[in-house]
Structures are given as C-alpha cells and as structure tokens.
Design a protein around this ligand. Sequence first.
Ligand SMILES: Nc1ncnc2c1ncn2[C@@H]1O[C@H](COP(=O)(O)OP(=O)(O)OP(=O)(O)O)[C@@H](O)[C@H]1O
Ligand SMILES: [Mg+2]
Length: 304
Amino acid sequence: MTTTTNQADHLLISQVSIDFPTPQGPYRALDKVNLRINKGEFVSIIGHSGCGKSTVLNIVAGLYKATEGGVILDGREVDEPGPERAVVFQNHSLLPWLTAYENVELAVKQVFKGKKSKAEMKAWIEHNLHLVHMDHAMHKRPDEISGGMKQRVGIARALAMEPQVLLLDEPFGALDALTRAHLQDSMMEIQADLGNTVIMITHDVDEAVLLSDRIVMMTNGPAASVGEILEVNLPRPRNRVEMAELPEYIRCRHAVLKFLYERHGRKEEVAAPASQADATADDGESEPERGNVVALKAASAKAA
Ligand SMILES: Nc1ncnc2c1ncn2[C@@H]1O[C@H](COP(=O)(O)OP(=O)(O)OP(=O)(O)O)[C@@H](O)[C@H]1O
Ligand SMILES: [Mg+2]
C-alpha cells in the first residue's frame, strides 16, 4: 500500500526540459518532465538506455540545471547540490586517496559536525559500513576493492548522511545477487525507519516492483518525458518470496514489461531478468546483467 497520502508537493519536478550543447546544435534530452513526489515515497524511474533517467536525477541533485522548468523541494527551488539530497551515482564516485571509512567519514563530518561527538561519528560510520557488509574492508582504498564493493561504500556514504531525499542511480546494478537482495531489503527497512524520500533509477523490473510505491516509465529520447506512472499497491513490509506470487506483483511486472517492450520497444535494450544474472554472480563485478546493460548502452549509442 502506498504509505503516503497527504504530502504531495514535497518534491516537485515541474515542466523540466534540458538541451545539451552538441556540435550539431542543442540536443533536447528531456522535454516537459512533470512529477510530484510525496514525502517518504519510494519512486523508481525505468526506461531504455539513454532516455534521460540520469539527467532527471542530476537535475534533482542540483548538478545539472534545467533549460526550462525546475525542481522545488519543500517550497524551495533546487539550484545547487545539498546534503539533504544525497546521490549514489551510476559509476561509483569515491575519492581514490581515501579509504572506504574515510570516504564515509568525509560525508558524515559535513552533515553531523557539532551534532555528533567523535565517538558517535565513528560508531555511525562503522554502522553504515556494516549495513552494506563492508566491515572487513573499511580501511582499504577504492583501488584495493572490487567495483561492487565500491558501489556499496557509495551507498553507505549516502545513507550515513540521513538525507531527506536519497537519489540512487542504478545502485545495485554492479552487485552479486545475494548482496543485491540483502541491500534491497536493507534499503526498504532503512526507508521505513527514516521515512526519507527515494528516487531510484533501475533497469531491473523486479527490483522496481519490489521496492517502489510508484514506477515512473520514461519514453525514449530525444525529448524524453514521463510516459506512464504505475502505482504499486503491495503491502509493506515486503518479503520478496511472498510478493512474487501476489496478483498485484504480477500485474505490475506485466505493466512495466508491456510498456518497455511493446509500447516503447527497443527489445535489445532491456536488461535480462535478475534471475538470469543471478546464476553466475560472484562478489562484486560484472555479471551477465551488467554486461547486458553495457551492451545495450553500446547499441543505443550506435543507434543515436
Ligand atoms: N553532459 C551531457 N552532454 C551532452 N549530452 C548528454 C549529457 N548528459 C547526457 N547527455 C545525453 O542525454 C541523453 C540522456 O542521457 P542519460 O545519461 O540521462 O540517459 P540514461 O537514461 O541515464 O541512460 P543509461 O540507462 O544508459 O544510464 C543521452 O542521449 C545522452 O547522450
Ligand atoms: Mg543513466
């Protein structure tokens, strides 16, 4: 069931369009994207590679500026990045000269300086690294850990900031199946505890259905926009095994697949179902699913 009802306009994406400069002239990546998100809502964005999902997220993060329209958070226009909107990037973005612990510490100091003691900060950093199963490698630098582990540190860093809005760009894509399932469950628990708003980009239909209150399906670019919005009326807390058999789960899954394959079809671009990727996954990096997404991106770049 959707947990939030009366708090529309917490986050407002209003008539957002963006033109990127190219040698051939401006390229309109997004055209009039509109979305109202309630406080505490979990919204996923799904769409084909290159349609503009990361661009939407970057505009909400305050990293890109919309050419037209804008984003309003609790009545204030977003025009720069801020610690109340933490981002987990599609390509993990840790500072290479700092350890996992120090990367999280940097963010924690930024947010909690003067509010938590040194000992409290240490315990908080360790707690968040523990949540993502990084206890054993917290004093390693990014070049000493796998891609999946780097992604987990990025997630710990974002969670440790206790942001009002958590912006996740394919956060679990580079993880092995078990870690991914564990982190999806943790993410649902953390969000239920903190009540923060989450926008998550994903290529994984099951992940979108399991985690979301609503799934925003984007049309293909150029001039991409919101195609359809699907409400996921599943009860919380959600158990993946129980959910998978519910008619509502199956309905949502079909609706997303139908949108992606039939209505806005570029069949070759949709990632393999998680179950296929799971078969050979190990700790960390490129499983078939990731490889597939990369191939899809290459296909889309070619097509563009
Ligand atoms: N800084 C930029 N300059 C020029 N074009 C850009 C820039 N950022 C994105 N684009 C273009 O805008 C479109 C949307 O890109 P975006 O990265 O948002 O897609 P996406 O949906 O996140 O794709 P993917 O699923 O592959 O991550 C693409 O055509 C991309 O080439
Ligand atoms: Mg992207």
